[in-house]
Write a protein that binds this ligand. Structure first.
Ligand code: URA
Length: 310
């Protein structure tokens, strides 16, 4: 039987942990309105042990007096970092555009035409043809178990394309990428930078769900990647955002760690590629939400800087 002293000690520990998380900035704007105090799914032990006042959504404990100053310093540091990131990346885009003809950007793609030469309607029609081809694809074993293929969704003329890993259970059932829990978080992330799903294009490296959501295998990626390259060639985005390491490793042909990849923009021809955490990883590791927030703000700022500079 848990004694009342134990409960008080547990409550005090939890209160201290919550205050520490707040001071570290681990509650994220995207979670505004969500309780930082109580885990969403308290374990039976926690649920039994915690006094009701902690399980209820209590008002936040007082924030440390210097928290506002720390936040202002952090934001000022971020603003400087973001400005340098945008300046350096825009300069590199200009160099790439001056140096390289567009032709071979998405090399696995037999691009149907240079993106700039396609109207929005032509892009939509070309993507629809490609999607129809993907529907009957049997290039790899994933065809056997899928409910349906998951091609991509969004604006065929989007300036920003988000690339994830592979459809999960919900996506396989609904035929649309990022519609499960990770997708809901992606929607929140987009909203936080002033975008809606319809404003961007969202797709995956793989167009079919790997069983039990296992990692994509090399031969599956190899068979499926040409579809993605073709999609990208048709859309002709200004910026690409890789969600997670599988997307980044595939598109950028690297094995570098995600934290290393996040440090700067990468390039596919003259198209900058920004790498950030996968939303599903954020659900498992909420402390990565803060760096993700910085990544997507940089992405948005870069896009704004490049928009209209084509
Ligand atoms: N995870 C992905 O990488 N893609 C989806 O579409 C859904 C979850």
């Amino acid at each position: 039987m848990t004694s009342s002293d134990d409960l008080d000690r547990l409550a005090a520990d939890l209160g201290a942990w919550v205050r520490q998380q707040r001071e570290l900035g681990h509650e994220w704007y995207l979670d505004a309105g969500e309780p930082a105090v109580v885990p969403a799914d308290p374990s039976p032990r926690t649920a039994l042990a915690l006094p009701a006042r902690l399980l209820a959504r209590e008002p936040s404990p007082p924030v440390a007096p210097n928290a506002d100053a720390d936040k202002a310093t952090r934001e000022a540091d971020f603003a400087r970092e973001c400005e340098a990131f945008v300046r350096d990346t825009v300069a590199r885009v200009a160099r790439e555009r001056a140096a390289a003809p567009q032709a071979d950007i998405f090399s696995a793609a037999a691009a149907p035409a240079a993106p700039a030469s396609l109207s929005r309607d032509e892009k939509m029609a070309t993507l629809a043809d490609l999607a129809a081809g993907v529907t009957s694809c049997v290039r790899c074993r994933l065809a056997e178990k899928r409910t349906q293929t998951v091609f991509g969704v969004g604006d065929p003329d989007a300036g920003i394309v988000f690339v994830g890993e592979a459809p999960g259970r919900e996506e396989d059932l609904q035929g649309e990428p990022f519609v499960g829990r990770a997708g809901q978080l992606l929607n929140e992330i987009l909203k936080a930078i002033g975008l809606r799903r319809e404003d961007v294009y969202i797709c995956n490296i793989l167009k079919c769900r790997p069983p039990e959501n296992r990692d994509p295998e090399a031969d599956e990626v190899e068979q499926c990647e040409p579809y993605l390259k073709r999609q990208l060639a048709v859309i002709g985005p200004t910026v690409i955002c890789c969600l997670g390491r599988h997307a980044a490793h595939t598109l950028l042909r690297t094995n570098a760690s995600l934290s290393a990849l996040r440090e700067r923009a990468h390039f596919l021809g003259d198209v900058p590629v920004v790498v950030t955490y996968h939303p599903a990883a954020l659900l498992r590791n909420p402390h990565w939400k803060r760096p993700t927030w910085d990544d997507v703000r940089k992405l948005r700022a870069l896009y704004e800087a490049l928009r209209g500079k084509a």
